[in-house]
Ligand binder design. Structure first.
Ligand SMILES: Cc1cc2nc3c(=O)[nH]c(=O)nc-3n(C[C@H](O)[C@H](O)[C@H](O)COP(=O)(O)OP(=O)(O)OC[C@H]3O[C@@H](n4cnc5c(N)ncnc54)[C@H](O)[C@@H]3O)c2cc1C
Length: 294
């Protein structure tokens, strides 16, 4: 473990990305520090420079407009928790935060830190993938948008490169559709990370016909998996069918289990995890149906 590192506190995104671009992998952004401190203590990372992004204007906060929900990367899990009454998708995200860490840790841990840490078992990532969210990355050459499922490249690996910083997450909204989402996880204790998790997001038109569907799985591969072939099966169905034992739903469960690439470890066998994928996906879809009062 390196016992010393330099500390800088840039005032703007441009200043932060320039610092990081200069020093490359020996410099790291510091958000809440809840993952970083652990990694540092376990010698997973030994940064020469910590770039504290906690005071940068504009990286925090949640805004909703007609077409999207914007969540600044430095928004704390606690702030996200308190946004439940602003939109039903935020209500789902708020429920997820209640499963994470402890109340104290949630006041400093950030949404961006959770995504950039890129743990395959992280709780927020599957929900953002299912919600069709984009990650907005700021770099020395400007900004680019990456679909959330493409943001994760492996365990603790993201598509951030060349000094880039995660600026915000954008969840698209369609004012003509009603949208709901759900997240479920299997864990051994409340402070455990997920053994298996899944999230679904469903949009319906005014006749209750499913017009958009996102299904994402976590903790069953090195990255969050999106099950696009299963999503397609649900398009055009009436939302009322989601609560019933339809052939399409069984197929969705099977396709999800096939997509999963779980491992066996001390916490659970691969076979158990694969079976639980089916259960988690089914429950998230049923939750969506209940929210839509199908
Ligand atoms: C006791 C405890 C329990 C936990 N329980 C859970 C749990 O149940 N579920 C769960 O999902 N997580 C859990 N975590 C993990 C952790 O709290 C989250 O991942 C947290 O959201 C990380 O945010 P942070 O702001 O502290 O990130 P940091 O530790 O500051 O950063 C994490 C990584 O992301 C990088 N980074 C941070 N922000 C940015 C940015 N905007 N742009 C580019 N790179 C960035 C950092 O350089 C670092 O590599 C737990 C952690 C602890 C300590």
């Amino acid at each position: 473990m390196r016992s010393e590192f330099q500390y800088r506190r840039p005032a703007s995104i441009d200043e932060a990305v320039a610092m990081k671009a200069d020093l490359g992998t020996t410099a790291m952004y510091w958000a809440g520090g809840t993952d970083m401190v652990l990694h540092w203590m376990r010698s997973i990372h030994s940064p020469e420079l910590c770039i504290d992004i906690t005071r940068i204007e504009g990286l925090r906060g949640i805004e909703i407009d007609r077409d999207s929900i914007r969540i600044g990367a430095m928004t704390s899990l606690d702030e996200l928790d308190r946004s439940a009454d602003r939109h039903c998708l935020l209500n789902t995200l708020s429920d997820i935060t209640k499963l994470m860490c402890t109340p104290q840790t949630r006041t400093i841990a950030t949404v961006g830190g959770n995504l950039c840490n890129a743990s395959p078992a992280a709780d927020l990532s599957p929900a953002f993938v299912a919600m069709n969210a984009d990650a907005v990355l700021a770099g020395p050459k400007g900004r680019r948008r990456v679909r959330m499922e493409e943001f994760f490249l492996g365990v603790n690996k993201t598509s951030l490169s060349g000094g880039e910083l995660l600026e915000e997450i954008r969840i698209p909204l369609n004012p003509d559709l009603k949208v709901v989402a759900s997240y479920r996880r299997i864990d051994r204790t409340v402070v455990d990370i997920a053994l298996v998790n899944a999230s679904s997001c469903i949009s319906v038109d005014s006749d209750g016909v499913i017009n958009g569907c996102g299904i994402a799985l976590g903790a069953v591969a090195p990255v969050i998996l999106r099950v696009s072939d299963a999503e397609t099966l649900l398009l055009g169905l009436s939302v009322r069918e989601l609560g019933r034992d339809r052939e399409e739903l069984q197929k969705v469960e099977e396709l999800s289990a096939i997509a999963a690439k779980p491992i066996s470890d001390v916490r659970a066998s691969a076979e158990y995890r694969r079976q639980m994928v089916k259960v988690m996906v089914r429950r998230t879809l049923q939750d969506c149906a209940i929210q839509l009062k199908a």
